[in-house]
Design a protein around this ligand. Structure first.
Ligand code: F6R
Length: 586
């Protein structure tokens, strides 16, 4: 959830680190800090807020030194305060660390270290790493030995980078991502290649239970049992360099606007894997599909497509719930895991549970080097490029496009998949968003929005409400249209807005009836449809499609509506409060 970065090289470290942190801010953004090694001492600056804000006040980028570490935080242990922000120095100040993950035994370790005289300032679990390293360093004065003993003592999932009083960097990884960048001017170690991609595309992916020592002599990698490890240097895809928002006001708007292309391209970078996965799915004894948040909403669309068109039953499982029904996965089953990041802890847990039951894993994932891709038998790439906006937009439609491709192959075209037509329809919806901007203004002071859809449109109603919640902070709820009269109708009054996903298909007349019932209670109705009706207070037109294709098209105006309503409310659409792009904690 947090982002960590370290640099050791020929250039001043702090500006490089600050730029890297800015790029990785999507991982967490409640506070930020940098520590550098300069003139035989470790200097630390940090504060609450986004990278740009904190940098303005405390000038993180002006710290001297050619070795340093940095962090953006998404609080798990302890409030969002300057003291709890990373880096955390050890009590003697000889070592400072940045950490991503959770140290499960931090209370016990803290007690033991306090008894030995080490002192703590923050409420975080992370500070224990600094003092634990210091404790082992006090005994050995050796970085490697300190790392070996420290990782042996720590329990939990973590990645951390430490800077030592002799200017050495060291970093360890257990179930949290950590990537080494090998540049001409220096070494990088980071949670994400985005942290250093403008400096080098040559990387080493550290495996779990490995640590690295970086100093002016070079780098050495070891496993947690102290054995030296050799790794291949890999070149990362150039697409990761495309992380600028260009003419767009926000990444979210840029990513929404990329969908005419990303929908068509989805999965094209892994065509063989897509064919292979389709074959496996076709012959699976039992089939499950899992994901969190938006990815779970894509799983719900899959359930509908697989049963209606491929005549295959597939059971969607909310990833965070898998733990509570561990016997769910039958032998010889297949689990399709959906994840943009490939690092969501809940998804990885569901996958591990399924693997223990002997299930095969097929992942549909954007980051092909992620933990999820490593755990899978087959990985299909979303291929939609980096998604920086915290709210998932283009990754959702890319997930759908791949699921559509699989179903279309299985049912031999009965789905009528025509992604070129979908792409044209998305382009059309994007080309004139003036009506959407007008409606967004009306939502500014609304406290509750309901989104209704029937059949295949219900998962899109659910995804719509998630987008509205995240971007606008307005309470929003997605409902299957028919459920209205079983309770939620009691909530309808003149202060309520209801969005009806009502394309002209088999769900149309039932949904229109619901719209009339809502209107009769005084609520305002926004119709998303290719057909006008007098019942809509606001009609947002979508192009006419075949029934199965509407989900890919009707989500677009909602993404735009949520985006523009956020702009109206003056919230930051790219970085909604309290959230993080990659949820690597449970
Ligand atoms: C919603 C959103 C989250 C993610 C969820 C899973 O806009 O971004 O709900 O969809 O955290 O993330 P991934 O797909 O990376 O596993």
């Amino acid at each position: 959830m947090c982002s960590i970065i370290g640099y050791l090289g020929l250039s001043q470290a702090a500006p490089i680190i600050v730029k890297g942190l800015k790029r990785m801010e999507y991982r967490g953004y409640d506070s930020v800090g940098v520590a550098t090694f300069s003139n035989n001492q470790i200097l630390v600056r940090k504060g609450v807020g986004k990278v740009i804000e904190v940098n303005k006040t405390v000038r993180l980028d002006e710290l001297s030194g050619t070795v340093g570490i940095g962090h953006t935080r998404w609080a798990t242990h302890g409030m969002v305060t300057d003291t709890n922000a990373h880096p955390h120095p050890s009590s003697s100040g000889e070592i400072a660390i940045v950490h991503n993950g959770i140290i499960e035994n931090h209370e016990e370790l803290k007690r033991e270290l306090q008894q030995k005289g080490y002192t703590f300032k923050s409420q975080t679990d992370s500070e224990v790493i600094a003092n634990l390293l210091q404790h082992h360093y006090d005994k050995t004065r050796d970085v490697k030995q300190s790392m070996i003993h420290t990782v042996a003592d720590l329990k939990g999932d973590y990645a951390f980078v430490a800077v030592f009083e002799d200017g050495t960097l060291s970093a360890a990884r257990l179930h949290e991502p950590l990537i080494i960048g090998i540049g001409k001017q220096g070494y990088f170690i980071s949670s994400d290649v985005l942290g250093f991609v403008e400096h080098t595309d040559e990387v080493i992916y550290l495996d779990n239970r490995e640590f690295v020592i970086i100093n002016t002599v070079g780098i050495q990698i070891f496993d947690f049992d102290a054995n030296p490890v050799q790794h291949q240097i890999t070149k990362v895809s150039k697409e990761f360099a495309d992380v600028y928002k260009g003419e767009y006001a926000h990444f979210t708007l840029k990513e929404i606007s990329e969908q005419p292309t990303t929908i068509v391209n989805a999965g094209n970078n892994t065509k063989l894997e897509l064919d292979l996965a389709t074959d496996f799915i076709r012959h699976a004894k039992t089939l499950y599909i899992t994901g969190s948040g938006t990815s779970y909403n894509a799983a719900l669309v899959a359930k509908f497509l697989f049963s209606k068109y491929a005549k295959i039953k597939i059971e969607p499982i909310i990833s965070s719930e898998a733990h509570f029904s561990p016997d769910i996965f039958e032998q010889q089953s297949i689990l399709i895991a959906l994840s943009q990041s490939g690092e969501s802890a809940d998804v990885l847990e569901a996958v591990n549970i399924a693997k223990k039951s002997g299930a095969k894993i097929i992942s549909i994932v954007n980051i092909m080097t992620s933990s999820l891709a490593h755990l899978s038998s087959i990985s299909i790439g979303l291929g939609c490029g980096p998604e920086i906006g915290v709210a998932a937009t283009k990754s959702f439609t890319a997930q759908l496009a791949i699921l559509y491709k699989i179903v279309d192959k299985i049912c031999q075209g009965a789905l009528g998949l025509d992604l070129a037509k979908v792409s044209e329809a998305v382009k059309k919806s994007l080309s004139d968003d003036s009506k959407i901007q007008e409606v967004a203004k009306k939502l500014k002071d609304v406290s509750d929005i309901y989104v209704l859809g029937r059949g295949i449109h219900y998962p899109i109603a659910s995804e719509s409400s998630l987008k509205l919640k995240e971007l606008t902070y307005i309470h929003a709820e997605g409902l299957p249209g028919g459920e209205l009269k079983h309770g939620p109708l009691a909530l309808m009054d003149s202060n309520t807005y209801v969005i009806m996903l009502n394309p002209n298909d088999s769900t149309y007349s039932d949904t229109l009836t619901s719209a009339r019932e809502i209107k009769a209670r005084g609520a305002k109705v926004i119709g998303i449809s290719d057909k006008p009706s007098d019942v809509y207070d606001h009609w947002i037109e979508i192009p006419q499609m075949s029934e199965s294709m509407y989900p890919l098209v009707e989500i677009i105006p909602i993404q735009l509506l949520a985006y523009y309503a956020a702009v109206e409310k003056d919230t930051d659409p790219d970085y909604p409060r309290n959230l993080a792009k990659s949820v690597t904690v449970k």
